[in-house]
Design a protein around this ligand. Structure first.
Ligand code: 3Y8
Ligand code: NAP
Length: 251
């Protein structure tokens, strides 16, 4: 039986894996949720949109004859990762997760680590400040509990509906971002504090390095919990797993 892979993507690492898989001529599909209007082209055939929960994902895996699933989604994409573990376990489809390591504070970092979005909101108690809220769009509503601040928001697409925050400055941009550019942006906007997910990888790290250079505090949101699964941090580890798993398939 020939390998037929599903890569759950949406990250820089997923794109790098897709390039490596395409180069090896492996049959594979890269899947995106369809969160943004114009997702970047991927180096593999792609599908866009939800599967319809665990049930829908199981049906899709069966209908497509998927032999291996690689979950290379973002560490904060907790639901799809949960669904992938459940769907693959139910039908014994080999699964591996490509999850980049958490960022660790370096000398000069002034992080306040919080466990979740609610913790980040609570960390913003106090008088009005210029806050760089660079967590995307999906979790903005929670910060309406701290309307006193002026928020600098960085969104991939222009917001369709009015935002739940009274005082905002909106930047429409997509990563990966650059430290010097983020530093200039934070200085121009007189940012006093940065709120960030602990996303790992390089694409979102620019603002963290820029905050350190500017001596600014960072509210760092820890990742949501994930069910136990086979997990690696590098693309070449996934390729080794695939080579090994394929010999099991006798391909
Ligand atoms: C749709 C697909 C690639 C992938 C590139 C990475 C890096 C650049 C940095 C800041 C932080 C943030 C956000 C971010 C980065 C990479 C990666 C990454 C953070 C695209 C993309 C999709 C998305 C979805 C989008 C979320 C949002 C999060 C913006 C493509 C560009 C904040 C995460 O408007 C929305 O609904 C946006 C939603 C999920 C988080 C949120 O909750 O709002 N990513 N981002 C994917 C899909 O449809 O399945 O067009 O490339 C991908 C990338 N964004 O191929 O090179 O690998 O993480 N993405 C965070 O880390 O906090 C920006 O502004 O400093
Ligand atoms: P999520 O909360 O874990 O998933 C919510 C639902 O969206 C899932 O149950 C699934 O719908 C659908 N979905 C999510 N990722 C999918 C994928 N790759 N392919 C097909 N369906 C998917 O996910 P999220 O946090 O909204 O992230 C969505 C996408 O953006 C993912 O591809 C992720 O890698 C990317 N991304 C997210 C972040 C972030 O900060 N969250 C950052 C960068 C990139 P069904 O239940 O209907 O199958």
């Amino acid at each position: 039986m020939h390998a037929n892979l599903l890569i759950l993507g949406g990250t820089t690492e997923a794109r790098a894996l897709a390039r490596a898989v395409a180069k090896r001529g492996l049959r594979a599909t890269l899947s995106l949720a369809g969160r943004v209007e114009r997702p970047l082209r991927q180096p593999l055939p792609q599908r866009i949109g939800g599967f319809g929960g665990i049930k829908g994902l199981r049906e899709w895996l069966r209908a497509e004859g998927i032999t291996h699933v690689i979950d290379a989604t973002h560490p904060f994409a907790a639901r799809i990762s949960h669904n992938a573990v459940a769907a693959c376990a139910a039908d014994s489809v080999p699964l591996i997760a490509l999850a980049r390591p958490q960022w660790q504070p370096l000398a000069g970092d002034a992080w306040t680590r919080v466990p979740d979005m609610a913790g980040a909101v609570a960390a913003l108690d106090g008088p009005a400040r210029n806050v760089m809220l660079a967590i995307g769009r999906q979790n903005l509503a929670a910060f309406a509990a701290q309307p006193q601040h002026r928020y600098l928001l960085r969104l991939v697409d222009p917001p369709e509906a009015p935002l739940p925050l009274p005082r905002t400055e909106i930047i429409i941009d997509r990563g990966p971002f650059d430290e010097a550019a983020d530093r200039a942006l934070m200085q121009a906007q007189e940012i006093e504090i940065v709120v960030s997910k602990n996303s790992g990888g390089n694409g979102a790290y620019a603002k963290i390095a820029a905050a350190r250079a500017l001596g600014l505090p960072v509210v760092m949101i820890d990742r949501p919990a994930c069910p136990p699964r086979n997990e690696v941090t590098r693309v070449d580890e996934v390729l080794d797993w695939l080579d090994h798993a394929r010999t099991d398939l006798g391909v």
